[in-house]
Design a protein around this ligand. Structure first.
Ligand code: GLP
Length: 250
């Protein structure tokens, strides 16, 4: 497999990086109204969703767009305030005109999680993802979606156990430890890599180590985001903090 260098765009502020990522998504939807997008959750994309909602208010039409979310906790009730289903409604879906039947997210309350993961993967494979918009986990997780260290490039949508570092980073969204799911359903590395184009947005110092590790060193399961280098059309849109540990020769 060829090691492609992702295209790097570094901006002086978080807001500028968010604006650039938004412009890439808007251009995709304008150029192809029936675009199929992969979308993420977390703090990072919130400013992008806000801008996309503004663009919609100013006329951007999402009526042909299809979305596949990257991941969802498991087990979790869809209506739980910290489910990714609730997040997507609140941050994006409730404010734009993507048809309900075109909004896809793994079912965190599925009883048979393997079956649900297989169903989700098959649903994605019925279409071709035009643009996968993703972010990266904090610290040394280097995860994309919930593909934690150890994930293989051949991985497809599946149920995973969250690592202690991810649980610690994400527990702020839950009232107590009891309530926080310890698993998730995530698109696999391969599922992400079959997208035609990948856009990774990372902002803040907590992403600096992971960004540098993704771009340098061995492409390996220990740093799942490093597998993005197997794809020939990946853009990393970063603010200066997230780019701060990139070694000069990269
Ligand atoms: C979760 C998601 C990831 C996301 C990460 C980053 O772990 N599963 O897809 O990249 O959060 O979150 P944040 O943007 O809040 O740093």
């Amino acid at each position: 497999m060829i090691d492609h260098a992702p295209e790097l765009e570094v901006f002086g502020s978080r807001s500028l990086a968010e604006a650039r990522a938004t412009d890439i998504i808007i251009a995709q939807v304008e150029q192809k109204p029936e675009s199929v997008l992969t979308l993420p959750t977390g703090t990072t994309p919130i400013g992008v969703y806000r801008r996309l909602v503004q663009a919609h208010e100013q006329g951007l039409d999402f009526s042909g767009t299809t979305v596949f979310n990257l991941d969802e906790y498991w087990p979790i009730s869809n209506s739980h305030r910290s489910s990714y289903a609730s997040y997507m409604d609140k941050q994006f879906f409730d404010h734009v005109n993507i048809p309900i039947e075109n909004r896809h997210i793994p079912n965190g309350s599925a009883e048979n999680v393997s079956l649900e993961a297989a169903r989700y993967e098959m649903k994605i494979r019925e279409l071709i993802i035009d643009l996968a918009f993703i972010s990266i986990g904090p610290g040394r997780t280097c995860h994309i979606g919930f593909n934690e260290p150890g994930s293989l490039p051949s991985s497809q949508t599946r149920c995973v156990e969250l690592t202690p570092e991810t649980l610690e980073a994400n527990c702020k969204n839950f009232d107590d430890d009891e309530e926080m799911p310890t698993g998730a359903i995530t698109q696999g590395i391969k599922t992400i890599l079959v997208a035609k184009q990948i856009l990774l947005l990372a902002t803040g110092e907590s992403k600096a180590w992971g960004i540098n590790r993704s771009l340098s060193g061995e492409i390996s399961p220990e740093a799942p985001a490093s597998f993005l280098r197997y794809h020939s059309n990946v853009s990393f849109v970063l603010d200066a903090d997230a780019a701060s540990q990139i070694t000069p020769e990269k």
